[in-house]
Ligand binder design. Structure first.
Ligand SMILES: [Fe+2]
Length: 151
């Protein structure tokens, strides 16, 4: 079936207007749509890391490999910036990141210790604008300074 140029544009726009949504966008609060945008971006950044890594590993041309690895590392920076944006807005992500990241303990033991302590299920209170752990919105964003003081 040929849709022509206008048809292609219509299909593209229709897809972009609800890319990845599982509910009608008009039913979703702006905070959830921004959260979705960030998650989609994070997925794309990690995909780019994977693709650049594969291309760098596959090429036998050293200067191209260097460029691809440079670009891969730029994508890591983009991914971490987006992940940090999400962490600042979602108390459950914040709480869980603090449990699992930046520790040398075996990863599965961290989970076992958390399970034994009975932690991890209680929603964290939402200081500032952190998205509450129960999935509801608090709006705004958590100031960097208030989180840094806890690190
Ligand atoms: Fe990127």
């Amino acid at each position: 079936m040929s849709t022509g140029r206008a048809g292609v544009a219509r299909l593209y726009c229709a897809r972009m207007s609800h890319e990845g949504y599982h509910e009608p966008a008009e039913l979703l609060p702006e905070e959830t749509r921004d959260f979705h945008r960030a998650i989609e971006s994070l997925i794309e950044e990690f995909e780019a890391i994977d693709w650049y890594q594969q291309r760098a590993d596959a090429t036998k041309e050293e200067s191209l490999k260097a460029v691809l690895l440079h670009n891969r590392n730029e994508e890591v920076e983009h991914a971490m910036m987006t992940l940090e944006w999400l962490r600042r807005r979602d108390a459950k992500i914040n709480e869980t990141a603090r449990t699992y990241l930046f520790t040398d303990r075996p990863i599965t033991e961290v989970e076992e210790e958390e399970d034994q302590a009975g932690a991890g299920d209680a929603p964290e209170k939402a200081p500032g604008g952190v998205r509450k752990g129960d999935g509801s919105h608090a709006g705004g964003s958590l100031g960097v300074g208030s989180l840094r003081s806890k690190i």
